[in-house]
Design a protein around this ligand. Structure first.
Ligand SMILES: Nc1ncnc2c1ncn2[C@@H]1O[C@H](COP(=O)(O)OP(=O)(O)OP(=O)(O)O)[C@@H](O)[C@H]1O
Ligand SMILES: [Mg+2]
Length: 272
């Protein structure tokens, strides 16, 4: 990865969290479960109920999970098992019904709306299945937009992020002038440009062909290893679990099992 350094780390600012560890991680540590490494995400009995009139959908049912700094976690599960719900809760896009969720020192079950906005802005980068780029903005402008409200040289940071995903030469192209894989790389640049400690990815390769999908996964693996970002990646593709440190299996809103990957593969070696 060219030109990317672990700088510009953003600090959390919420007032109501009882935890001391409010600063984003400053060192990169190799990931393995436990080993005294810093816990970055803790879910305790997390449930989510959607109510629509008289109908209740229990999307998550008492999920307990601890994730350590620098881990690459893959979440697998059938359609409707609660994967996106879990990601949206972690991303502060939705609120839990019961339980407790602490992310990098932010007790997000207790945040005010304002604090939640600050949390999303400083702690989370999101990568979606359908890229979600703004069609009337260039690649560079799409990345720059994510830096709104951040101090400093937006254009420089955006260029640096595009360079990190190998797309500096496409900075002035509009999304419809880019391939699917390139659009997803712009979306990844947008997610990492603020250097958030956590990246949440919902089916990031769902719309991509085999080779392009593998390239995007290789980029995620590189980001995880070189920048030390904790990555939570949701997918239907069980082969992707082979690049994870651990895979979380959801079933009907419950955490069915968590499996450690004994021999991790490089993304380039994956086959499906
Ligand atoms: N906003 C919502 N309102 C009501 N029900 C919802 C809402 N979002 C999700 N659900 C329900 O919660 C359950 C879990 O949905 P979720 O989107 O988390 O599943 P998923 O595992 O991501 O599925 P997929 O693999 O199809 O994307 C489903 O039964 C779904 O219908
Ligand atoms: Mg989903």
């Amino acid at each position: 990865m060219v030109g990317w350094t672990r700088k510009g780390t953003v600090k959390g600012r919420g007032a109501r969290t009882p935890f001391a560890a409010r600063e984003a991680p400053s060192t990169v540590t190799p990931a393995a479960e436990g080993d005294g490494r810093k816990e970055i995400i803790r879910l305790e009995g997390v449930s989510k109920v959607y109510r629509m009139g008289d109908v209740e959908v229990q999307a998550l049912k008492g999920v307990d999970l601890t994730v350590y700094q620098g881990e690459f976690i893959v979440i697998l599960g059938p359609s409707g098992s609660g994967k996106t719900t879990l990601l949206n809760l972690l991303g502060g896009m939705d609120t839990i019904t019961s339980g407790r969720m602490v992310v990098n020192g932010w007790d997000i079950s207790r945040l005010t709306v304002q604090e939640l906005t600050e949390y999303r802005r400083t702690q989370i980068g999101f990568v979606f299945q359908f890229f979600n780029l703004i069609p009337t903005l260039t690649a560079l402008e799409n990345v720059e937009l994510a830096l709104e409200l951040v101090d400093g040289d937006h254009r420089g940071k955006a260029r640096e992020a595009l360079e990190a995903v190998g797309l500096a030469h496409r900075a002035d192209h509009f999304p419809n002038q880019l391939s699917g894989g390139e659009q997803q790389r712009v979306a990844i640049a947008r997610a990492i440009c603020k250097n958030p400690p956590i990246l949440l990815c919902d089916e990031p390769t769902g719309e991509l062909d085999y080779e392009t999908g593998k390239k995007v996964l290789a980029l995620m693996q590189e980001i995880n290893e070189k920048m030390g970002q904790t990555i939570i990646l949701v997918t239907h593709n069980s082969a992707i679990s082979e690049i994870s440190h651990r895979t979380v299996y959801l079933h009907s809103g419950r955490l069915a099992k968590v499996v450690k990957t004994e021999v991790r593969k490089r993304a380039e070696e994956l086959e499906w």
